[in-house]
Ligand binder design. Sequence first.
Ligand code: GUN
Ligand code: ZN
Length: 441
Amino acid sequence: MLLAHWKYPVSLLRHALRGTLIDFVADPSAHAQALRHVEDGLLVIEDGRVLACGEYNVLAGQWLDAATSLDDHRGALITPGFIDTHIHLPQIDVIASPARGLLDWLERHAFPAEAGYADPARCAESAAHFLDELARHGTTSACVYGTVHAQSVDALFEAALHGGWRMAAGKCLMDVNCPEALRDTAEGGVAESAALADRWHGRGRLAYAITPRFAGTSSRAQLQAAGALARARPELLVQSHVAENLTECRWIAGLFPEARSYLDVYERFGLLTPRSVYAHCIHLDAADRARMAAQGAVAAVCPTSNLFLGSGLFDFDAALAAGMGLSLATDVGGGQSFSMFSAMRSAHEIARLNGHGLSALQLWYWATRGAALALGWTRVGTLEPGAEADVIVLDPKATPLLARRTARAASIEELLFALLVLGDDRVVTQTYIAGVPAKLH
Ligand code: GUN
Ligand code: ZN
């Protein structure tokens, strides 16, 4: 059943959700009172947006009239959906494939799978499954890599537009060091990107991301042209991979000896901008982190992928100290799970291995509001009136173990921590995209 979004017309009716409301009013890395927590709350939604949010007792009299349907989720959390800032559409087909490391994984698994996306029917089928999988895991927005084929992005945007999703995506630019079947050209690939941006950017809630795959698969001419497009169209996002794996870093240093660092390759071509999202950022140095912060570029940290491929341990303390913008991401299929619970749990484990501690609130923020702001999206990742109603309902008693553990939580932080460690798609009772249920059961 891949087409279930079609069942739900975008509702203009008012409806309300009752339950425990959780969102962030500030960044918990910088502010002590960043979490908003309303134990018995009411969220009123109309025309895809939040109309009111607060204490049930205060709001019920004003908002619950005969024309408003009420879903009673008492005992559950109602919170902004997760936002995955780095994920690959075609790699849904090779998730959970072992390899000796990043470059081996690309050659043996990713590239062969991506070659199949020349077929528009395959793109459409995959895009529908991909969105279903996001909804199942409580992810309401993502920043997505298609393949080199424009049709992969057309298919994803088509399905996302139909389902009302806020979604960013781009076709991979890759003109060297990759199989013939996945190669575009320096100018042709960027012209296709511009055409995709013309076709989709700003339609519904869609955003185009200029997507040089990584410095290893783009010629200087292509990086130059991508940078020119980013300069000409500053409203577009830019996304790429950087400093993921030491073998990769050495290879890039050999390809671009003129650059001070891997990150510097991108900066030289005008690709380090306030709209840039760089995946991994593991093997950066202090100067790189300072450049990321100065330019307002953000990291999409991919903890499950980094563990699965053995890429390395992201340094959260150094990134925070440098003032870098952070977000969490799955990097499916290098990452082995669509679940942002997994991403948060693995981020915790990576921080521990580095001798650092992260709070449940920091992790949750980077998977929701922080991720939204990383993408420049102010209207999602929050329950504020006027926000887009991308909301999930989470059942802290979804499994017997969760029920036992969360019943003993002495604070909301403790409950969120237990949820992020023990949670998975079973916790997600419902996913609302612009106020419309989208989760298949
Ligand atoms: N670097 C370049 N392409 C990829 C990819 O598809 N996945 C990961 N994890 N890293 C990359
Ligand atoms: Zn990736």
